[in-house]
Design a protein. Structure first.
Length: 423
């Protein structure tokens, strides 16, 4: 035992150490040569298609759900792509008309994308306006000349109704009951669609979009199903009589439209940073179609939504908002030539004796806002504690109670968009 212990404890001689060192260096050189040969054979065996697939898999792994994009790497990838195109163009020598067309397409691809997105947002906004008006009026009656017409279009030009528009019944309690049934069904269908097919379609989505534009990854939040369910559920929710509007959700479905269309182009499908520039333009277009103000949409996107807003993004945002409002104006959903249902006209001046009343209104407005915020926090805490697991029942019962309260008052039974026009 002592002999064995002493043999382990004694250090080796210098000659033995040199032999071990030479053997170690020889083994490392052989392993290095072997690994280099294997790497060369593997690189030769990988085809371009396999290499592209490996890059796509690496990109998917890099941008997992609830992670952040790499702005520097995406910028380097875009620079590498441009350099590769420049090298290919220089090596080809004189380029023909196809090469020039390809170069022009690559340079103007961003403008093409925002043009398509703006047109799609304008069409979707017109569709939502028309469907919302029809669903809101179908709770009260129907048009005999065309079931697809709302009351305004059915009695076009008439001041106080017309013979073509009929109530569901001449019996007031029956109309009351049908109004409640329609409102409840609309709210139930809207909540059920969101719960079953696209949970991300709930709410306005502006807070989440700000995070996404800043670089956060939320897969499915801007997907096709979210866009589809949002476009179907939003008119149903507004027509149910709930205190909701289309102004906030318009930003969500506009950005969803931009994300879906931009994915069709290779330049934006493989670069998450450049996609964020398109999403900023879409947010501007969403506000533009909601309020009929392209410049206001650009300012909203610049001030509220984006933390990276270069000059080219500003011009593309304005162009996208302009195309969206132009398409909405061409569709003319209200048949009045206006982009929105109501406008404010400053055709009268104000007087000095009105200033104290303005101060009084502002004071009560501030107090009322503080009161609403305080109780809204309590209501949200109550909902989070007791109603989190019952979203469909909550929306349905809330629409039911709202319809019961609002129908007796002619100003409360109309939807939120029309209430703004009356006020």
């Amino acid at each position: 035992m002592n002999r064995r212990t002493s043999s382990y404890s004694n250090p080796q001689s210098p000659s033995a150490q040199r032999r071990d060192s030479n053997a170690s260096h020889t083994l490392n050189r052989r392993l290095s040569a072997l690994s280099t040969a294997e790497a060369g054979n593997a690189a030769a065996a990988i085809s371009p298609a396999d290499q592209q697939l490996a890059e796509e898999i690496a990109e998917i792994k890099r941008y997992e759900d609830f992670t952040t994009i790499d702005w520097v790497q995406d910028a380097a990838r875009e620079q590498k792509r441009r350099t590769a195109r420049q090298v290919a163009r220089n090596s080809a020598g004189r380029i023909g008309w196809r090469g020039k067309l390809s170069e022009a397409y690559d340079a103007g691809q961003g403008w093409i994308v925002v043009s398509l997105i703006g047109a799609a947002i304008g069409l979707n906004a017109a569709f939502l306006n028309i469907v919302t008006e029809w669903l809101s009026d179908i709770k009260l009656g129907y048009c005999t000349t065309g079931f697809y017409l709302n009351e305004t279009f059915c009695c076009w030009g008439a001041e106080n109704g017309c013979d073509e528009w009929h109530r569901w019944s001449g019996f007031w309690p029956l109309n009351y009951l049908l109004y409640i049934i329609f409102s409840t069904i609309f709210a139930f269908v809207s909540a059920r669609l969101v719960k079953s097919f696209a949970p991300y379609a709930a709410g306005s989505g502006i807070s989440e979009i700000k995070c996404i534009i800043a670089g956060f990854v939320m897969k499915g939040f801007l997907g096709f199903w979210t866009l589809l369910i949002k476009s179907i559920g939003l008119p149903l929710a507004i027509a149910s009589g709930l205190s909701v509007g289309k102004e906030g959700p318009s930003v969500h479905y506009a950005v969803c439209t931009g994300n879906v269309i931009s994915r069709m182009f290779y330049k934006y499908r493989r670069n998450a940073a450049k996609t964020r520039e398109i999403l900023s333009a879409c947010a501007a277009a969403g506000v533009a179609v909601a309020f009929g103000s392209p410049i206001g949409g650009v300012l909203f996107s610049l001030e509220e939504m984006s933390n990276y807003f270069p000059l080219k993004t500003m011009w593309r945002s304005y162009f996208c908002a302009l195309v969206a409002t132009a398409v909405l104006s061409a569709m003319n959903p209200f048949r009045t030539g206006q982009l929105v249902m109501f406008t404010v006209r400053y055709d009268r001046g104000w007087h000095f004796f009105e200033i104290p009343f303005y101060v009084l209104i502002g004071t009560f407005g501030g107090l009322y806002g503080a009161f609403v915020m305080k109780w809204n926090l309590r209501v949200q805490a109550f909902r989070k504690r007791y109603l989190t697991g019952y979203p469909i029942i909550e929306a349905t019962l809330l629409a039911l109670f709202t319809a019961v309260i609002c129908y007796p008052n002619m100003f409360l039974r109309i939807d939120m968009t029309e209430k703004w026009s009356v006020s």
